[in-house]
Design a protein around this ligand. Structure first.
Ligand code: UDP
Ligand code: MG
Length: 306
C-alpha cells in the first residue's frame, strides 16, 4: 500500500463547486487508502477560486495548488498538473463532479489488475442538453473514423495513467493538445471503466462553444492527416470527370455537332483537377513537416528483458 496516487484537477472559475468537490474527492481517496496527492491547476480563474484553493492547500498538506497567469485552457491545465505529478498512477479528473470521485476506486482496481490506462467510458450523460449529447455522439464517431489509431468512443479525459504512461506523456510537447488522442496513440493495455456522467454539482460549463470547437478540431487535425489526403482523391475524381466529359463531347460532336463551348468547360474541369492534385502533393509534404514539427516520440517500448 505504499504506492502513491496523484490526482490532477484543472479548475477554471469554479468557486461554487470547489468546497464540495474537494470534500468528496478527499472522502473518496481516504476510503481507497493509498497515499495520495491532489494537484489543482487554477487556469486563470477570475472569481474566488484561487482564494478557496489556497485555503484548501494551506490546511491540507496533500494538496498542491498551481495558478496560471491567465486562462490557457483545460488541456494545458491538465498538462501542467501532469508535469507536477509524481505518483505511481496519475488520475485526470474534472472539478465539477461530473466525473464522480467514487469511480476512482474502480480505476485503481483495474490498475491493480494490470491496466496501464483505465479510461472512464460514459454509459449515460445526465443533465446535458440534447444538442450537446447529439453533437458529442456524432463527433466521437467522426473522430474515430478519421483517426489512424482507435480512439475509444464516448470517452473524455477522465482516466488513470500508470507512471510509465504518464512519463511518456511528458515527451509530447505539442501546442494544440488533445489528451485522449495522445492516450490512444500510446497503445499499452487500456481498459474501460464504465460510469454514469452526472450533472455539474454547481456552476455552469466553462467550455464555451469556441473552446469546444477548438478541441474538436485539435482532435481531428492532431490525429489524422486524412483531410490532406482527401484533396488528392478529390482531384483524381475531378480529372476523371473532365476526361469523361471530353470523351462524351467528342462522340456527341461526331454524331450531331456538340456546342463548341463544351470543350472549354471540360478544359477548365481538367485544369481544376490538376490544381487539386498539385495541392494534394503539397499536402503530402505538409503532412511530413507536421509530423516532424509535432516531435512526438517515434515509438514506445513497453517492456525490456535483459
Ligand atoms: N476548465 C479549465 N479551463 C478552461 C475550461 C475548463 O481548466 O478553460 C476546467 C473546468 O474547471 C472543469 C474542467 O476543465 O474542471 C471541465 O470543464 P467543464 O466542466 O466546464 O466542461 P464540460 O464538462 O461542460 O464539457
Ligand atoms: Mg463539466
Amino acid at each position: 500500500m505504499d504506492k502513491k496516487i496523484s490526482l490532477v484537477i484543472p479548475v477554471f472559475n469554479e468557486q461554487e463547486v470547489m468546497p464540495e468537490s474537494f470534500r468528496r474527492t478527499k472522502a473518496a481517496m481516504e476510503d481507497i487508502g493509498y497515499p495520495y496527492e491532489i494537484i489543482y491547476v487554477d487556469d486563470g480563474s477570475r472569481d474566488g477560486t484561487w482564494e478557496i484553493l489556497s485555503s484548501i492547500a494551506g490546511e491540507n498538506p496533500e494538496v498542491t495548488a498551481l495558478r496560471f497567469s491567465r486562462n490557457f485552457g483545460h488541456q494545458l491545465a491538465v498538462t501542467a498538473g501532469m508535469d507536477a505529478a509524481d505518483g505511481d498512477a496519475v488520475i485526470i479528473m474534472d472539478a465539477d463532479l461530473q466525473d464522480p470521485p467514487e469511480v476512482i476506486a474502480d480505476m485503481i482496481k483495474a490498475w491493480e489488475q494490470g491496466a496501464d490506462i483505465a479510461y472512464g467510458k460514459r454509459l449515460k450523460r445526465h443533465g446535458e442538453t440534447a444538442m450537446k449529447k447529439f453533437t458529442a455522439w456524432c463527433y466521437y464517431r467522426l473522430l474515430s473514423a478519421m483517426s489512424a489509431y482507435p480512439i475509444p468512443l464516448d470517452t473524455g479525459d477522465f482516466r488513470l495513467l500508470d507512471r510509465a504512461v504518464a512519463d511518456k506523456f511528458k515527451e509530447f510537447r505539442e501546442h494544440n493538445r488533445f489528451l485522449r488522442g495522445m492516450s490512444a496513440w500510446m497503445g499499452y493495455n487500456a481498459v474501460p471503466v464504465e460510469y454514469v456522467r452526472h450533472e455539474r454539482a454547481a456552476g455552469k460549463t466553462k467550455y464555451t462553444l469556441k473552446k469546444m470547437l477548438k478541441l474538436a478540431a485539435d482532435g481531428i487535425f492532431g490525429f489524422s492527416t486524412k483531410p490532406l489526403s482527401m484533396i488528392t482523391y478529390l482531384g483524381s475524381g475531378v480529372i476523371l470527370a473532365g476526361l469523361a466529359g471530353i470523351v462524351i463531347t467528342a462522340i456527341w460532336a461526331a454524331a450531331a455537332g456538340a456546342a463548341a463551348w463544351l470543350w472549354g468547360l471540360w478544359a477548365l474541369v481538367l485544369l481544376d483537377g490538376i490544381i487539386l492534385i498539385c495541392m494534394g502533393v503539397q499536402g503530402e509534404y505538409i503532412q511530413r513537416i507536421y509530423d516532424e514539427a509535432q516531435g512526438r516520440p517515434l515509438y514506445v517500448v513497453k517492456e525490456k528483458i535483459n
